[in-house]
Design a protein around this ligand. Structure first.
Ligand code: ADP
Ligand code: MG
Length: 430
């Protein structure tokens, strides 16, 4: 199978050639002809299998084929859940449209809107956007969505996880009823199917891997280790393995900062990337990581979602995610586009439940490994004791409050209070 036989036009084939893609990936093979026919699509494929080109190439062809407008209204809209992903998809759109006369741009929050507004005024055919900034600029009448012919929801599953459902619905309300809808996702959940049912018209369903499978070429390993030894083990694995370009996941923003600082202290260059960092800091950290000036990028799930770092060899789950699907996404950061990768998870006793959930989703037991000097010493009792102690501290603080005395934060105590979720776990602040 070649890109040409999929029905792509010469300027797009030229761009594909420039990217040195020789054959279409399985999802591209299936999705491109369907989209070229103008049909709605519900597509799922593993991370790193080229979904971006899978929707961008036929999208570009469709809008060049359709009627031309003098004033270049927005005709295609690609929504992504994160700023990094928006920037990355835009980069791809630019590359794939290099030999066409299509104009594209990207808008997302966290940066000055004025340059974005200015570019939009000059006329743009394809817009890549995050939902928040799109609605914001629409509210300011800086853009109109009334001529949109194609809507793409990229990483639709994560959009829902991130609570974008209301925004998506609002945006859809601003689009013409007659349009083509493309929904791409790495995993298919019940929620995704429900969303698809509401948005898509007679969609063609396209799937290339069994649902929710982990990237095949990724070697996965579990290290059972005490919670308080995780930082040392992480440093040891990185130093002794002489690993460069390591992506490490933590569950919280605070945890990401803390780990990054500790690694720096141990002489391992590192940066944290998460939702509380400014867009500049995020862009800088990612650039440093890509050009190898930063060895370790510590990230929360949301920040890391959708990043394309080619040939990333190592991923460490410093903590397991409490949503099993996130595990699949995390390890999808390695072994991209056919390269081999390694994903290591550090699992303390209190995370065993999460591990079970992940193994259930994957339908397999993950292999265990041990590092000398890092054998598990935690016991159910010691974990329980630590939990109880924490609980006691909380109760003490609470009773102090009801006494009419000041809250610990106001009295200047350094003790940190985490918001609790209903099931009693510390909620993940991503
Ligand atoms: P996904 O969205 O499925 O996670 P991406 O679209 O980000 O994956 O693509 C992952 C990587 O594969 C990118 O670096 C991209 O340039 C590359 N890629 C895409 N299509 C092909 C292809 N047909 N042949 C080789 N590499 C490709
Ligand atoms: Mg993608």
């Amino acid at each position: 199978m070649t890109f040409k036989s999929l029905g792509l036009s010469a300027p797009l084939l030229q761009a594909v050639q420039k990217k040195k893609y020789t054959v279409p990936s399985p999802i591209q093979e299936k999705a491109i002809p369907v989209i070229l026919e103008g049909k709605d699509i519900l597509a799922s494929a593993q991370t790193g299998t080229g979904k971006t080109a899978g929707f961008t190439l036929p999208l570009l062809q469709r809008i060049t084929e359709q009627s031309r407008w003098k004033r270049r209204p927005l005709r295609a809209l690609v929504l992504t859940p994160t700023r990094e992903l928006a920037a990355q998809v835009y980069e791809n759109v630019q590359e794939y449209s290099l030999f066409t006369d299509i104009r594209s741009t990207v808008i997302f929050g966290g940066v000055n809107a004025n340059p974005q507004i200015k570019t939009l005024k000059q006329g743009v055919d394809v817009l890549v956007a995050t939902p928040g900034r799109l609605l914001d600029l629409h509210g300011q009448k800086a853009l109109s969505l009334s001529k949109i012919e194609i809507l793409v929801l990229d990483e639709a599953d994560r959009m829902l996880d991130m609570g974008f459902l209301r925004d998506i619905k609002k945006i859809i309300g601003l689009l013409p009823a007659q349009r083509q809808n493309l929904l791409f996702s790495a995993t298919f959940s019940k929620e995704i199917r429900a969303l698809a049912h509401n948005i898509l018209k007679d969609p063609v369903s396209v799937e290339t891997a069994p649902e929710n499978t982990a990237a095949e070429r990724v070697e996965q390993q579990i290290y059972r280790v005490d919670k308080n030894r995780k930082t040392d083990l992480t440093a040891k694995l990185i130093s002794e393995g002489d690993w460069h370009q390591v992506l490490v996941f933590t569950r919280t923003k605070h945890g990401a900062n803390r780990l990054s600082k500790k690694l720096e202290k141990k002489g391992i260059s590192s940066a944290a990337i998460h939702g509380d960092k400014s867009q500049n800091a995020r862009t800088k950290a990612l650039a440093g990581f890509k050009d190898n000036s930063i060895r370790v990028l510590v990230a929360t799930d949301i920040a890391a979602r959708g990043l394309d770092i080619p040939l990333l060899p190592h991923v460490i789950n410093y903590e397991l995610p409490n949503v099993p699907e996130d595990y699949v996404h995390r390890i999808g950061r390695t072994g991209r586009a056919g390269a081999e990768g390694e994903a290591i998870s550090l699992v303390s006793l209190d995370e065993v439940e999460y591990l079970r959930g992940i193994e259930k989703l994957l339908g397999e037991k993950l292999p265990h490994n041990t590092a000398e000097g890092f054998e598990l010493t935690e016991t159910k009792e010691s974990v329980k004791e630590a939990k109880e102690k924490a609980q006691q501290n909380r109760t003490r603080r609470k009773s102090r409050k009801t006494d009419g005395s000041l809250d610990s934060r106001k009295t200047g105590s350094k003790k940190r209070t985490f918001p609790k979720s209903r099931n009693g776990r510390v909620s993940s602040r991503r």
